[in-house]
Design a binder for this molecule. Sequence first.
Ligand SMILES: *Cc1c(COP(=O)(O)O)cnc(C)c1O
Length: 401
Amino acid sequence: MADWPAERLEAVADEQETPVYVIDLDRIRENLGRVQSAFPEADIHYAVKANSGSAVLETFATAGVGAECASAGEFERAVAAGFPTERILYTPVNPPQRDLDTVLEYETEPLAITVGALDTVRRLADRGFTGDVAIRIHPGTGAGHSDSVATGADRKFGIGIDRVEKAVELVTERGMTVVGVHAHAGSGILNPEDVSSHREVVETVAQVVNDLDQDVDFVDVGGGFGVPYRPEGDPLDLAALADSTRDALDSVSGTLRIEPGRYLVADAGLLLTRVNTVKPAGEELLAGVDAGMTDLLRPALYDAYHPVAPVGSMTDREKRSVSVVGPICESTDVLATNRRLPAPERGDLLAIGMTGAYGIEMASQYNSRPRPPVVAFEETTSREIRRREQLEDITAPETDR
Ligand SMILES: *Cc1c(COP(=O)(O)O)cnc(C)c1O
């Protein structure tokens, strides 16, 4: 995290108070550039659920990539951010009625609706949909940073290989067109082992496409490109991932589609938080901070590691083992454990790194906590792109007040 400018971060924390998210739009563009160079032939769709802030979406829309949307809300926000509907893939899982109705009400349809169940096909047909459909398969293997995100191995997602033929028949029978096959291995593909699990998933997709009686316009191998959250971690070998994807799809015609989310935005974000309480706990120090699991859920949800660094110089301090804990009444409200950090003091500013993906996006209002603001860095400018919520933002929907 050493490459973030401390004075700018301090200025943001002073102006906005803490906790506050920072997102660097230039870094997002650099990340996208690397994916574009590794996959020059691929049609890239940014997975909106990683970070759906309008400034982030506009950055991608302006760059000309498409959007992959998991819900009607994401679909509408992508349209509002300037993605033409023919650049949007709608990939809902068990979509609520309201979601299907909303998306189908748009005058122009999304590029393709990805279906993961025969019932979804029937529900689209019942609404008179006669557009393009991609079949999401359940490849039976997955990959990812934790079992809870190894989507490809989870029965919840996709149609079993043995039911694909039936799904295609049903789609055709009901007047829709199968234009693609989709699979998403999971999230956080990082080491060579993950790359080979991903390859297995892609090979399964290739097999399914080859077994179809028809050609498809595209083969979508999902996202899941990982980033090293630990400072000592090696970055994903994008070239190796691209080569193995290409290799596995050798026998298949149709455009390659990829849907990275995390890879494009994770390292472009920081969460700034201030220490308000320090207390000893055995050999350790507990640093109580003003950000918690409501602002950054990943440590509580997946036991995820996020780097923590002091902002500004604290080189004169003795290093101690420190755990960083939040203000929420839950024992899982721990942002970091056992880190070697300069002994924290009240008022210190800490940066929690790699929070551009699934950070503000997963934030909640639990404990009646208004969600934090977001400031965007672009070249040398900083601007607020989301204000801090107020208590009123939490209570406004209550109808019997
Ligand atoms: C979540 C998701 C993605 C993006 O995953 P990342 O790990 O953020 O790259 C892409 N496609 C689908 C279908 C998803 O559900």
